[in-house]
Design a protein around this ligand. Structure first.
Ligand code: TYD
Length: 218
């Protein structure tokens, strides 16, 4: 089932390895579009609802040990299903631009390519967690792992980051594979350079969906 047909809004997801700089660019987009009069809903997955934030705490707590990959997969999907039903679908129905920091592509990159869970199983789980919703556009912020990992772990290390650099390298390959497989939906943005340069690159990839971005950046 796809609920996209019934929607007026635009659903954008931001993806990339830990420390790739996606959250800052999401906030910048939110500021620009809000100033131009669009309703923007900034969300993070896992998180953003009371239930999903509690699940997020379990998922990221470095003191939680021995979590099986299957348990991890289903907790991510549970958090996402709540986020999708409670916030994403209603916002899209109101005509908002929804900008979500991570979504199903993270599950494919981290749990299938990173952890090694069966890809078809992960796709099926994603169909449940997303309630059948697909982003209109996904931006993958791409950066070499030595740089992104240093940025991500500068202020502490969460449970996912404890999996180390070779895990992050597989995750990066996972995102690049998704982008190669779905070039219309998924766009890779080089995350090197100044924030404003990276932001301008991202904006280019969204212009066709959001008319407010057609003016040049001031
Ligand atoms: P988050 O703080 O959102 O990431 P970042 O460090 O980029 O700011 O943390 C979420 C972590 O969970 C991150 O390591 C990616 C991971 N994750 C998965 O493994 N699977 C998923 O489906 C999602 C949404 C995230």
């Amino acid at each position: 089932m796809s609920t996209n047909q019934a929607e007026q809004g635009v659903f954008i997801t931001l993806e990339g390895v830990d420390g790739s700089g996606k959250s800052t660019k999401g906030r910048m987009l939110g500021e620009e579009l809000t100033a131009k009069g669009r309703e923007v809903v900034l969300l993070r997955d896992p998180g953003s609802t009371a239930i999903s934030e509690r699940i997020r705490e379990i998922l990221l707590d470095p003191e939680v040990e021995n979590m099986s990959s299957e348990c991890e997969l289903m907790l991510f999907e549970a958090a996402r299903a709540q986020l999708t039903r409670e916030l994403i679908i209603p916002a899209l129905e109101r005509g908002a631009v929804v900008v979500c920091d991570r979504y199903c592509d993270s599950t494919f990159a981290y749990q299938a390519v990173g952890r090694g869970l069966d890809e078809e199983l992960v796709r099926t789980a994603n169909a449940i967690g997303s309630c059948g919703l697909t982003p209109d556009r996904t931006i993958v912020f791409d950066l070499e792992i030595d740089e992104s990992f240093e940025r991500a772990t500068r202020h502490g290390t969460d449970r996912m980051e404890l999996s180390g650099e070779s895990f992050q390298a597989r995750v990066r390959e996972g995102f690049l594979r998704i982008a190669a497989e779905e070039p219309q939906r998924v766009r890779v943005v080089n995350s090197h350079g100044e924030k404003i340069e990276v932001y301008a690159r991202m904006r280019e990839e969204l212009k066709d969906l959001i008319p407010e971005l057609s003016e040049e950046l001031a």
